[in-house]
Design a protein around this ligand. Structure first.
Ligand SMILES: *Cc1c(COP(=O)(O)O)cnc(C)c1O
Length: 406
């Protein structure tokens, strides 16, 4: 790891030209092709990090490149004061494919969450209960980096130094329905939850938890908001992860994979809730711009192709089986394997950073997460051969780590 800062003394005015908010690995990215990423020295990496579940169709997918290039010659940007046909088309397709009736486009996940939180307040305000503004969130959550999103995230590491936190968030243990029930007051507006916690360490909601939350929300007149920013767009083998639980939210945030690498997010809602967001109540300069819409539509073309998600499920099964075998063989290194579809995590017994760095040296990119978990977030286009390649690189990594520990 190298620091962005040229000088470790914060008092010295010798800051990196890039605000030093990231600890970056010493890998300078040059280009990508399919599941592979190349650094400026020409070294090849099997990319199971995908920009944290963003490049869902790998790098430079020909269909996405084509869509972006064609759109770049037509029009890049205009304002939402005009009709944007690509936006109408993408919104129609997303509402057709999901629980939602209406969509607001953003440029990032945090903005999609922000929109969802505003919708929750606005809905209760518009339906005669303006006192309802509080949102119940869960320990281990991650919802983004805006002031409201860090308050929703509720973790010391993202809140520290940015106080006072935005008012109105109550956090309870993930998976604890009784604690959730106990946290409801006359001021509660909504429950916000990730079907599988991503940054928190690939922690799936316990079986039945989402259905219990849905029932609780209905019982108390609360909105159920899902953060599917990481779990959505085919990652779990379904278009959105909540489909596996048989429930539907009132509001849902999407981002990451939805743009396949182009900055794009979306907040989806039912008609009942969405219609309270009247003209002028919310906006975004870039949100839903023609370039983003062209790529978003192209991503959907592929993901909605019949059989595509079946292929995701079968390759995911192979990866999971391989990881389970590996974890048994190297039980001194790997504690457990968890996750759904191509959103998988291996919990490491020793130093997580060291494991991820060794995997990188071996040509495999992983993403560290909470709870000492290394995330595997391969592009949805990975084949059995890529999975075998990843497993052999992981095997080598376990071996390296075990030898180093001796
Ligand atoms: C990445 C992520 C976000 C934040 O998205 P940004 O595009 O970085 O703002 C929010 N929630 C979840 C679950 C995420 O994985």
């Amino acid at each position: 790891m190298v620091s962005n800062s040229r000088n470790d003394d914060p008092k010295e005015a010798n800051i990196s030209p890039i605000l030093p908010t990231y600890t970056r690995a010493d890998l300078a990215v040059e280009r990508g092709e399919g599941v592979y990423l190349y650094d400026t020295t020409g070294k090849q990496y099997l990319d199971f990090a995908t920009g944290v579940a963003v490049n869902c169709l790998g790098h430079c997918h020909p269909h996405l490149v084509e869509a972006l290039e064609q759109q770049a010659r037509r029009i890049w940007h205009c304002s939402n004061n005009y009709r944007i046909p690509g936006q109408e088309r993408l919104a129609e397709r997303l509402t057709e494919a999901t629980f939602a009736d209406t969509v607001f486009f953003t440029n990032s996940g945090a903005e999609a969450i922000e929109c969802a939180l505003k919708i929750a307040r606005r809905f209760h305000w518009a339906t005669g209960a303006p006192e309802r503004f509080r949102v119940i969130t869960f320990e281990g959550a991650f919802h983004g980096r805006t002031l409201a999103a860090i308050a929703a995230t509720g973790q010391e590491k993202v809140l520290k130094g940015f106080g006072p936190p935005v008012e109105g968030f109550d956090q309870v243990p993930f998976g604890d329905i009784e604690a959730t029930r106990a946290a409801i007051t006359r001021e509660t507006a909504a429950i916000l939850v990730e079907p599988i916690q991503g940054e928190g360490g690939i922690r799936p909601a316990p079986p039945g938890f989402l259905a219990d939350l849905r029932a609780l929300a209905d019982e108390h007149g609360l909105l159920l908001i899902l953060d599917e920013i990481q779990t959505g767009m085919g990652r779990t083998g379904r278009l959105f992860a909540h489909e596996l639980s048989g429930i539907e939210p009132d509001v849902m945030a999407s981002a990451k994979g939805i743009g396949g690498g182009f900055p794009l997010g979306a907040c989806l809602a039912t008609e009942r809730v969405g219609r309270t967001m009247t003209a002028g109540s919310h906006g975004s300069t870039y949100g839903g711009n023609p370039l983003a819409m062209a790529v978003g539509n192209a991503v959907l073309d592929i993901i909605l192709t019949p059989g595509f998600l079946d292929q995701v499920c079968s390759v995911a099964d192979r990866l999971r089986t391989g990881l389970l075998t590996l974890s048994k063989k190297h039980d001194a290194v790997i504690d457990c394997v968890r996750g759904v579809g191509l959103m998988l995590g291996v919990r490491i017994k020793g130093d997580l950073g060291g494991f991820v760095a060794r995997a990188r040296d071996n040509g495999l990119l992983l993403v560290p997460a909470g709870d000492n978990v290394a995330r595997l977030l391969p592009p949805l286009i990975v084949t059995q051969e890529h999975v075998e390649e990843a497993l052999s690189k992981l095997e080598a990594t376990c071996h390296n780590v075990a030898v180093a520990a001796q």
